[in-house]
Write a protein that binds this ligand. Sequence first.
Ligand code: HEC
Ligand code: HEC
Length: 338
Amino acid sequence: MSDKKSNKNSAGAHKDIDEVSGVETTGHSWDGLKELNNPLPRWWVWVFIICIIWSIWYFVVYPSWPVPGGATEGMGGYTQYKELEESQAEIRARQDVYLERFENASLNEILNDPELYAFAIAGGAAAFKDNCATCHGTGAEGGKGYPNLNDDDWLWGGKLDEIHQTLTHGIRAGGLDTRVSQMPAFGKEGLLTRDEVNNVVDFVLSLSHPHQGDETHGDVPQEYLAAGAEIFQQQCASCHGPDAKGKHEFGAPNLTDAIWLYGGDRETIFKTVYNARGGMMPAWGERLDENTIKQLTVYLHQLGGGEKDDAPVLIPATAEEAIEDNGQHAEPEQQPAE
Ligand code: HEC
Ligand code: HEC
């Protein structure tokens, strides 16, 4: 259309008017397509100006310009660190109200005081995620060799004092007060022959699978079971109890339920009896402060169908209920672990 092939800047002397729209062009032309020199929309210009003003204001008031060792402070003196510090101070102040009462309360008193109870559950849940979930699972469901802490099946006892003792001193963790006991490796140490181990394993299996013909039980001849039962009374009852229901003072599991620490199939039980086990848990008294251990104790007690002490106990039906009652104080207010 245009016969002029000009790539010159529009600042040139001549004005080029587009024939179709009647608007002046910038003089730029690409294969005959010309750029019209329309003015910027007014709203756009205003937004642009406001943005510039805003950025200058922001620049002055807030930290913005990187300098060695940080950034310019800004007149407002705002930093996210300060904000964090303030909110943490507020949290600490809120916790302090409870902390002093909490420190002086016995475990039983905590269980009976809805506010302290909620405080313990919230703190315990957070501390559990930070310290215990690696071994016991985020939901405390456990795994092979790591006990499930949700059920009411306890190795070392589920009373408050017993849990507290387990946590503070650990299990086979060294130290004078740690929980310790060692099942002998009956096969490896030659205390029982392989046949005898087989018999007692069949007997153990029959306890949790009392029906003849069961998959795991199989059709074990009665005389083998009788032999196994005799070996059990001689070799195992001292720790697991004559009824095989376990003994807390030795950390010896109940062998009559369907809950297994290492596994309830024949092969695993054989390995357990032949080689023995010896699960180990660190002593948390060396790593956590007493308040955290108290919180964890109460938390686990309510998780795991804690066993009652002799004193009367008024436990809220669920942790959620206790937290709801005291909602404003009870969120787990721990810093995330770095
Ligand atoms: C390094 C792995 C590990 C960590 C971390 C760990 N545990 Fe354990 N815990 C174990 C093992 C293993 C046992 C079982 C020991 C045994 O066989 O008697 C155990 C047992 C327990 C028991 C005894 C359960 C019972 O039935 O008597 C309690 C309670 C417990 N742990 C709580 C905790 C708490 C609370 C934490 C976090 C502060 C924690 N554990 C962290 C490995 C761990
Ligand atoms: C000195 C005490 C002691 C004696 C004696 C003993 N046990 Fe144990 N037994 C334990 C302890 C403690 C554990 C738990 C080991 C652990 O927590 O790591 C255990 C664990 C077991 C388990 C694993 C249970 C599970 O849930 O996985 C089986 C099975 C078992 N014992 C069978 C026997 C049999 C059979 C005998 C006799 C031949 C026997 N025990 C003798 C202390 C003993």
